[in-house]
Design a protein around this ligand. Structure first.
Ligand code: B12
Length: 213
């Protein structure tokens, strides 16, 4: 994607210009732009919306609007995304958003990406209690567990989820945490094995785990 298109897309998302974003996404898809690059540009815009919210420029309604715009961007890009990410991977991945957190856009992207690459995915949804991860992991026996979390207050429930999984399912089942603010320090606090803020990197990690099994 050329830098000026990326910048325009980012700005339109940041300005919550719903029609502008959607028509630009449609045009970009028609001209063959990589759908992951479209999503990355919109993700940058979402970050700006978040900053504006923190500064008090936008209210909660701004976050809701941004979420609605991104949901439609995902709807438009999904077919191209599935086509672009086709793969032959195998393995089961159980995913969900941590208890107390209702953000699900990033998790949905990971879900689409993993499925497109060939993984079996079970998505437990949002605000998932630690015990629910454990119950499903015991019955479905996934190869990897992924937990999404975007708000600071979700780190504690992620940590509890990891603790329970280690105690009740397996001490060594690979666990990945994902979300825009993840870093090594949070990963260590939570007790997960891997962290990422990039859906495709998450897919690569899952591939690597299955290869080394
Ligand atoms: C849209 C949005 C909302 C929407 C969400 C709609 C939805 N269906 O998800 C709504 C309006 C519901 C919302 C609510 C709230 N939000 Co909000 N929200 C956002 C916003 C603007 C964008 C999030 C987003 O979708 N980004 C785009 C996606 C694609 O990015 P992503 O999630 O990071 O995902 C990518 C990677 O991280 C990775 N990934 C994600 N998960 C996983 C999982 C795995 C396993 C893997 C491998 C990878 C992976 O893959 C994705 C693609 O690469 C962010 C700002 C930001 N900087 O992110 C704030 C933000 C996350 N929200 C914030 C806040 C404060 C809230 C509220 C508490 C507001 C309130 N007062 O009620 C509530 C929280 C309610 C709750 N209990 O969860 C803060 C959190 C701050 C903090 N430190 O805790 C942020 C950072 C805004 C800010 N800067 O202040 N929000």
């Amino acid at each position: 994607m050329n830098p000026s298109l990326r910048e325009t897309m980012r700005e339109k998302v940041a300005a919550l210009d719903e029609e502008g974003v959607l028509s630009l996404v449609r045009q970009s898809l028609e001209s063959g732009t990589d759908p992951m690059e479209i999503i990355a540009a919109c993700e940058e815009g979402m970050r700006v919306v978040g900053e504006q919210y923190e500064r008090g420029v936008f209210y909660l309604s701004g976050l809701i609007m941004a979420g609605e715009i991104f949901r439609q961007v995902l709807e438009l890009t999904q077919p191209a995304l599935q086509e672009a990410l086709k793969g032959e991977a195998s393995g089961r991945v159980l995913i969900g958003t941590a208890h107390g957190d209702i953000h699900d856009i990033g998790k949905t992207i990971v879900h689409i990406a993993l499925r497109s690459f060939g993984f079996q995915v079970e998505d437990l949804g949002v605000d998932v209690p630690p015990q629910r991860f454990v119950e499903r992991a015991l019955t479905w026996q996934p190869d990897v567990i992924g937990i999404s979390g975007l708000i600071t207050s979700s780190y504690e429930s992620m940590r509890e989820t990891v603790r329970l999984i280690r105690a009740a399912v397996s001490p060594s089942i690979p666990i990945i945490i994902g979300g825009g603010m993840m870093n090594e320090q949070i990963c260590r606090f939570v007790g997960a094995d891997y962290w990422t803020n990039d859906a495709l990197k998450g897919v690569r990690i899952c591939e690597e785990i299955i290869r080394n099994k």
